[in-house]
Design a protein around this ligand. Structure first.
Ligand SMILES: [Zn+2]
Length: 292
């Protein structure tokens, strides 16, 4: 499957596909899974954040309500309809996933679940690895998957995995900690998943293939970065220019985040060393600049 880096511009054309795939997923659990696309398109969010409403006839639960946008809030409430809301869960606390959770929980009188508090997010109930959140006769099981962010969880429903930003459809995940990220991918391998329902982009029917691709893509990237260093690159910028020479320049700032994550892992692994401590400061400054 085509998963070239930085395909975020292609999200739009997958919109119809998402709903179709979600309907297929619903066949594998007795729960009904509704997909709502938040209207927050962008470089990091593709067509927008995927919000899911999971439930049966009487009860429903919301996954990743997204940013505070009135129109989206109303669509979520409408989708829940007359059902009791048993929870609002976030996969992580980034601004495109979590800020609507507390207002929604307050409006619906529902508990708000997350791994940790965040800038615009305060869970009423903390959840972690192995915890279960019941929805009618089934439950969502929490799988702790740090890497994209340190507070990231995926949610397992039957053999369907709500993967948040750990694995997204049609684009490359931004990574905070690559060592943890790869460990979190490896953790999913033995789970015999049948479907990934991501935080952005279309649902995926072949989790094992996707996970293999993600791992090999990262290894390939790492080899390219080591090669760039061997060829004399001595800054994040120089590595980006070398490794991402075929990628449009406006995406190089994003690529720099990925390169920085790789360099951190390579230093953790003892493959790369810096000449002195000042290099670390420079590097952090650069990363901070790129992020802002
Ligand atoms: Zn996101």
């Amino acid at each position: 499957m085509a998963h070239a880096a930085f395909e975020s511009a292609n999200y739009g054309r997958h919109a119809a596909e998402i709903d179709q795939n979600v309907r297929k997923a619903a066949a594998r659990t007795c729960m009904n899974i509704a997909h709502l696309l938040a209207p927050n398109p962008g470089v990091f969010t593709g067509a927008g954040t995927n919000t899911y409403v999971v439930g049966g006839d009487r009860r429903a639960l919301v996954i990743d309500p997204g940013p505070v946008i009135n129109e989206h809030f109303e669509r979520i409430v409408e989708t829940i309809g007359g059902r009791e809301t048993v929870g609002v869960v976030v996969t992580h606390t980034h601004a495109d996933h979590a800020p609507l959770a507390n207002p929604l929980g307050a409006e619906l009188g529902a508990p708000v679940y997350g791994f940790a508090p965040g800038p615009d997010f305060m869970p009423t109930d903390l959840v972690g690895e192995g915890d279960r959140i019941g929805v009618e006769d089934e439950f969502l099981e929490v799988v702790y998957t740090p890497g994209h962010s340190d507070d990231h969880i995926c949610l397992l429903l039957g053999t369907n995995l709500f993967s948040g930003d750990h694995i997204i459809g049609g684009s490359t995940v931004m990574i905070d900690n690559l060592s943890k990220y790869l460990a979190s991918l490896e953790k999913l391998r033995p789970m015999a998943l049948s479907k990934l329902l991501p935080g952005h982009g279309p649902a995926m029917d072949d989790p094992a293939v996707v996970i293999d691709y993600y791992v090999s893509h990262r290894r390939e990237r790492e080899n390219e970065i080591v090669l760039a260093l061997e060829n004399g690159a001595r800054s994040v910028g120089a590595v980006v220019t070398d490794v991402y020479r075929d990628v449009p320049e406006e995406l190089h700032r994003i690529a720099a985040l990925s390169v920085a994550a790789h360099l951190r892992k390579l230093t953790d692994d003892g493959v790369v060393t810096f000449d002195d401590d000042a290099a670390f400061d420079l590097w952090d400054t650069l990363v901070a600049m790129v992020r802002s």
